[in-house]
Write a protein that binds this ligand. Structure first.
Ligand code: COA
Length: 176
């Protein structure tokens, strides 16, 4: 991992930077998975409003960790909390990894693994013994990183729907 990058808890003031990373992460990470028409409609202002609300009024167990480059900018983030899964019921009292994203150009340096380790610490610290996450079936890079971090497919499957199509998603589980 780049020694210049450190991790810290997110603050409300980070909402816009997190939204930018979120949109950028979708655009580069899902380039070969989702149509450009979907990626083009992502809106940083709209995501900023959502992240501002989430960070202002966290639910019990919510944790957000940002990866910060030495110069100041946020280059990645991970969000965890109590599982919110309406597709297939997760184990009782499970946590969930909701989102993990890096800016374009920051992948492949171990930062994904670093954020994943931070997520595990967050989940443990919040008292979750087991956690789940959803990932696109086709997202091979992320799935390799999750598997290296001890996450395993738990057999649950679903679909992510968007206007004009859908993509298969898989659920992974971690014994925290
Ligand atoms: C998913 C994501 C956060 C993972 O982060 P990442 O930076 O790609 O992950 P890492 O760098 O930790 O690992 C990726 C590869 O780099 C390698 N690597 C790790 N440390 C390294 C280092 N110091 N130097 C060079 N390579 C390194 C890893 O071995 C791994 O190789 P592999 O893919 O052949 O197994 C990132 O790819 C991302 O933001 N993707 C787009 C959004 C996304 O898909 N999010 C997941 C939603 S479910």
């Amino acid at each position: 991992m780049s020694v210049a990058v450190s991790f810290r808890a997110a603050a409300v003031e980070d909402a816009r930077a997190i939204a930018e990373v979120h949109v950028e992460g979708w655009r580069w990470g899902y380039r070969d998975i989702l149509p450009a028409t979907v990626l083009d409609t992502l809106d940083v202002d709209e995501r900023t409003a959502r992240w501002t609300a989430l960070l202002t009024d966290p639910r019990p167990g919510d944790r957000r960790v940002v990866a910060v480059d030495a110069g100041g900018p946020i280059v990645g983030f991970v969000a965890t909390g109590a599982a919110d899964d309406d597709v297939a019921p997760p184990p009782e009292g499970a946590g969930e990894l909701f989102a993990i994203y890096l800016r374009d150009g920051w992948q492949g340096r171990g930062l994904g693994r670093g954020l994943l380790a931070a997520a595990r610490r967050s989940l443990a610290e919040a008292g979750f013994a087991v956690a789940v996450l959803w990932v696109f079936d086709a997202n091979e890079r992320a799935r390799r990183v999750y598997e290296a971090g001890g996450w395993r497919p738990d057999g649950a499957t679903g679909v992510h729907r968007f206007e004009g199509g859908e993509r298969a998603v898989l659920r992974y589980e971690l014994q925290v």
